[in-house]
Ligand binder design. Sequence first.
Ligand code: DGL
Length: 262
Amino acid sequence: MKPIGLFDSGVGGLTVARALAERLPHRRLIYFGDTAHLPYGDKSPEAIQSYSRGIVDFLLSHDVEAIVVACNTATAVAIESLRAYIDPSVPLFNVIDPVVTEVARLHPQAVGVIGTRGTIASEIYPRRIAAAGVSTRVSTLATPLLVPIIEEGLAHSPILRTTLHHYLSQPELQNIEYLIPGCTHYPLLTEEIQAFYGPSVQLLDAPALVAQSVAEALEPNGNANLPATTDHRFFVSDYTPTFQHIARQFFGSEVALELVSL
Ligand code: DGL
């Protein structure tokens, strides 16, 4: 069985990779973290489109069956150009559509979305949720300091809590029923976000929703009896200790990062 390729600017997409490994334990994963170009959130759409094309070529050279754009920013600004770029026979998944489908299913009165500047400026969540035909009010807030703090390895520190509290206290994020973590890094802050809101606001489990949609599309009949594998590969465009640390936390001590420049 061919592996599944995923990419993000850094560690964030590992939240999706982990959910996918839980959902399809027999599948090998090829992960690319574009740490040399992180953060994507402040880059131009043209730059992200160009990085994404290079990464897609790299993943395809590893004979992946499908590609998951495990980054909201790349989805927001590059998914259409990637769709036009890659062979249409290669399934291309993103991290936004499954969340929009879930919002449409839940049909709440109000949701909040946090994300990078690029994702929020693209207005992709309000547009897609409106296009899904639900009347949910969608309020959004760019939270650009969170990714650098996470990539510094400070996800559970006082500086993170202070920054997160500042953002979550903004008027945009009051009176909501659900919060969408519109950046794949943010599920790493689940505990802190839930501690801030308590039970009044639910954080959507974006990685699980994405993994479920990938699994249903690629293996609709399930393959529960195939043996599990840990034979994943993790590539980065620049070595960072945080990446190594989080990858090991999620995938075990044998994870070895492979450095590649595209
Ligand atoms: N994890 C990425 C996302 O989902 C982007 C983080 C960044 O590089 O700014 O948007």
